[in-house]
Design a protein around this ligand. Structure first.
Ligand code: KG4
Ligand code: ZN
Length: 333
């Protein structure tokens, strides 16, 4: 049995979580606190790195105290400390990782560095006793990754985006439509009243067995549509754009699952909150006889519970890290 305190600070959410787990058992999330900076960045229309790192350092101490209080434990009960080491913004990663290392140093307890993408990837399986063999699709603001997961810690990349991430495309199209940042949830909201067949936006790189993604052509198509028709109905454009993204995500993930004969698909990251995405995956998986595991709503956007879960698995696999290890803004899975 081990109690793990995890810190996530790779982008614009400061997060602390405490988990309890044992090898081969399901992890229990005792607390998961997130301080979102969305309001601070909204006026700039995107994340400002210096604002983000300052906010992380201002929020972190009180968030650690809050997480301990919610979990009902004292700092002395923590057995392992962990933090996200990358990928992400260097100045943001440094705040969380340095804090976790300092707590590890002072307490003499081990430290585990965690890859943010591994946190997302394993997040659909947090309530299980083992991570099954599966194909994982991570759709977040910074990444669109299709992974062959043979077991926890054994990954092979099958596809990724050649340009924008899916969430980034949502955010940029949201901006074009005059919607507040972040665009993803706003597009979902307005798309409910729109006609998804109003515009036939491109579904890129669908030929052959291609597993990479590209969303820049779709983004440009939306831009041209708005330039040509400034009075286009926002709801119709949003619904048609969302439908194009959904089609590509579902098609490529099913293609990947067939290629590696996966019987389970895992869906994670902020875009997996989207109802149209969830429903399309769910009906297609049901049709193809594939089990779908979607991250719970509380662990789709950035959070520390998923970092704690990936960290616990690493800890139980004997993978602790030295305190002089560096962060890596471009860390790969
Ligand atoms: O996983 P996350 O926190 O990002 C990174 O780690 O990069 O997810 C944030 C992204 C943003 O791009 C946001 O617009 C998108 O997830 N997002 C959504 C929805 N909720 C969040 N996209 C589409 N529909 C949503 N409901
Ligand atoms: Zn993320």
């Amino acid at each position: 049995m081990a109690v793990f305190l995890a810190i996530e600070s790779s982008c614009d959410e400061t997060a602390v979580a405490i988990l309890r787990g044992e090898p081969g058992g399901a992890a229990e999330v005792l607390s998961s606190e997130v301080a979102s900076q969305i309001e601070e960045h909204r006026e700039h229309g995107g994340v400002v790195p210096e604002v983000a790192s300052r906010s992380h350092s201002l929020n972190l101490n009180s968030l650690v105290e809050k997480a301990l209080a919610t979990a009902g434990i004292g700092m002395g009960s923590v057995d392992v400390f962990g933090a996200t080491m990358g990928p992400g913004l260097a100045s943001s990663l440094l705040v969380g990782s340095t804090a976790a290392k300092a707590m590890s140093c002072v307490s003499g307890k081990p430290f585990v560095g965690v890859n943010h993408m591994e946190g997302h990837l394993l997040s659909p399986f947090m309530d299980r006793t083992a991570v099954p063999k599966h194909v994982g699709l991570i759709v977040s603001g910074g990444h669109t990754l299709l992974m062959n997961v043979r077991a926890a810690g054994d990954y092979k990349q099958l596809g990724s985006t050649r340009d924008d991430a899916a969430g980034e495309a949502f955010d940029k199209v949201g901006k074009m439509l005059g919607l507040p940042y972040p665009g993803g949830p706003e597009i979902e909201k307005v798309a409910k009243d729109g006609d998804a067949r109003a515009y036939d936006f491109p579904r890129s790189m669908m030929q052959g067995g291609e597993l990479d993604f590209s969303f820049s052509g779709l983004k440009t198509a939306v831009l041209y549509t708005l330039q040509k028709d400034p009075n286009a109905k926002v709801a119709d454009v949003a619904a048609s754009f969302q439908a194009a993204v959904v089609d590509v995500l579902v098609e490529k993930t099913m293609r990947a699952a067939k290629l590696v004969r996966a019987e389970v698909i895992g869906l994670s990251g902020g875009v997996s909150l989207n109802r149209a995405v969830r429903e399309a995956f769910s009906s297609r998986c049901e049709k193809e006889g594939i089990e779908l595991a979607v991250a719970k709503p509380g662990v789709c956007t950035d959070n520390a519970a998923m970092i704690g879960f990936a960290g616990l698995l690493r800890f139980f696999a004997g993978k602790c890290d030295a305190l002089d290890g560096d962060i890596d803004p471009n860390l790969r899975l």
